[in-house]
Design a protein around this ligand. Sequence first.
Ligand code: C2O
Ligand code: CU
Ligand code: CU
Length: 583
Amino acid sequence: MLSTITKPDIRISAVIFLLLRALVPTALSQNALQIPDTLSGTKIDLDLRTDSFSFYPGFYTQTMGVNSAILGPTLFLNKGDLVKFSVKNSLPDTTTLHWHGLHVSSSDDGGPHTIIAPGTTWSPEFRILNRAATYWYHPHLHHKTDKHVSKGISGLLIVRDQFEAKLPLPRSYGSDDFPMVIQTKDFDTNKEILIHSNNDDVVMVNATIEPFLKVGAQVIRCRVLNGSSQRTFNLGLTDNHVMYLIASDGGLLNKPESVTRLMLSPGERAEILIDFSEDKGKKIALLSYASELANGIYGASNPGMGPGMNLTGYKPNVLNGTDFNVLEFKIGAPTANPITQIPNNLINNTRIPESQSDITRNLLLSPRTMGMNQLNGGFLINNQKFSPTRIDYRIPINNTEIWSIRNMSGIAHPFHIHDVQFFILDRNGMSPSSAELGLKDVVLIRPQETVRFITKFEDFADTTVPYMFHCHMLTHEDDGMMEQFIVFDTSQTLSFRKVNANRRPITYPNPVYDSKIFLNSENNTTVKEINLYSVTGEKLTEVGIFSKNTEFVIEIPLGLNGWYFLEVVTESTSSYERVLINN
Ligand code: C2O
Ligand code: CU
Ligand code: CU
């Protein structure tokens, strides 16, 4: 941004301003935090539109918003309710609207396949199945997600349930329970928002730059979303005032976890309680202690693993690697009926035991081009770029799965999966901290790190509309760091099976349709290994094989057509069968 300013006097004063802001982090908060409107009930009408909004006095910035000039209303939904949405696209551009974190069918999910043409309305209707927590909604059109989000479309979605309702927690919206959509953006000299920029040097909360918030001397609740395109925050309060994490992405924790730092990568949410009971009359700031971020995280001094790994446009930026103000609390008299205590316990989470897993899938995050310049070259999942016509995983409904994701690139990626919430099992083999034991839908995976999580794919099977998984750095996602899966109903596909009483394992159907081969290993045969070979004898490694009771299901990647050899290795024999794959 600075380099495009032409008048030298403005440049100098801007530099002084930025220096002052960095040196005196709590001195310049000057705008009352805006609190988005709310919508609740079982009929939600949203209108996505273009508008203009004044971030800076005297400037009107072109924006996109939902029912307003910027951002969207906070939606309050009750678990169990059947909600009818109407999403009107008044933008001059095609888009989609995704309910990030919600467990809904793939056709209601609002992913890149569920497009809303300009001037049309999308009307999904679904039941709210998620637990009480803070979710969000944002556009998800491939190649356009960053643009539509950066220009302003996103909103919080708060689910309430009976368990949360029983707890003595602050829940008066805008009075002791506050929405906080934290974002960084890059503005040009005309104060227009630049997209796909690595020079995001303006911090805002709920579209308020330099915000302050008047709160009572009591326990308050902050529902924080990192809605930035790329930047990770390392949140903490002045003087290490304690914060209590009560909820992660998809639900409450077992008990409040006291923390002084909370790292939040793009897409992640956290609900925190802060006890200001003893702080009447004080000003306490919420900062991002970015100086403490490790190299290899967007937001640290070095976005890659060392000073030699550069990202074009990343430096200089006053936010990188320095501690900066996010918001200032001004603490006054308590509200009526304040909450004054942090509860000891919240809910009981039952984590899925590892032993229940049906399959482990290994995923690899890697740079498209190796070497020191890799941060500018884009990133891949399993060595592939997104293709909307390729299904990367076919998951049997009710499968419990471990996803083991290895990051072999030089930068941390916030990995997100649709449809499900998961439990983190470990990071490089080490158990997660107690703050990471709750339900999640985004997890930041650092360079050289392998993160394993466990989840179960329940309720929604659909072989036509896929769900996405991707990096939630929107520049990476738009660039193709995304893949897709379908969940299929095994009871349907199993129905066309024949029973065969041969002595060796049998395959059917043959030829293979619908990209699956079923093997039946009854008759006391122990199948040790199954392999698929091309007619020229080349072993195909991309074939996924897993067992389910006595069945073996072989997932054939799309694109395989023609004759192949299927090898079934048992204790004593190895048999080949010629199969015709007709994908
Ligand atoms: Cu928040 Cu696939 O997105
Ligand atoms: Cu999502
Ligand atoms: Cu990424």
